[in-house]
Design a protein around this ligand. Sequence first.
Ligand code: PGA
Length: 250
Amino acid sequence: MRKMLIAGNWKMNKTIPESLELIHALLKKLDSSCPAEVVLIPPFTSLFSAAEALRGSGIELGAQNLSHLSEGAVTGEVSGPMLVSVGCRYVLAGHSERRNLFQEDDTVINQKLKTALSEGLHPILCVGESWKEREAGKTKDVIGSQLKKGLDGLNPLEMRKMTIAYEPVWAIGTGKTAQPEQVQETHEAIRSELSSQYAPETAKAIRIIYGGSVTPDNSSSLMAQPDVDGALVGGASLDADSFYAIISAI
Ligand code: PGA
């Protein structure tokens, strides 16, 4: 059985006091009966304070990015060991904003996954097509290629530590959510691609979560799809009420 995972990607939002306010508001609402694994992904500057505030709560911490290198003269980057030492368990890689705004390609994303895994982190690899690619009927090809190149050289044991986030680029931050059937169809295609790269049992064990304008209104129909194992939530994770509503809609 795959446990549902609900992750809140705060992107470049929230100062340290704002982060703590949101965490305290969430902690008041969440209790141990929560059926999902909940992960908060604040900006780097809030990680230390967030880790302290979350201690003992059962909520996990993740980072939005990491360097593909482990240490050295790389001004402005943050390494895997640094993320581990601040208390992160998860890390995003391949988010479309990193791919598009910072020209991160599948090769560097693959290196980031390997670095993260070698440090014991659990990476969340984001994949997804643009609207133009969907319109041209290329969704499965685009995602298949992102998965092949991104996951190149990972062994089945490492794969079991991975989560795949399907995030159609046209649905991120736009208010245009993919229809539950579209999402299920793509998640099925992702699982079948993983099955051909690895054994079917490995593919069955990997969580595939959906991201792109998830809100309290659309989350339960998305989460009800058999191959949807959770959500990567951006905008709606910045508010305790809406993030909690998404978690409790499972
Ligand atoms: P959104 O962002 O929920 O604001 O669309 C999702 C994401 O980028 O992970």
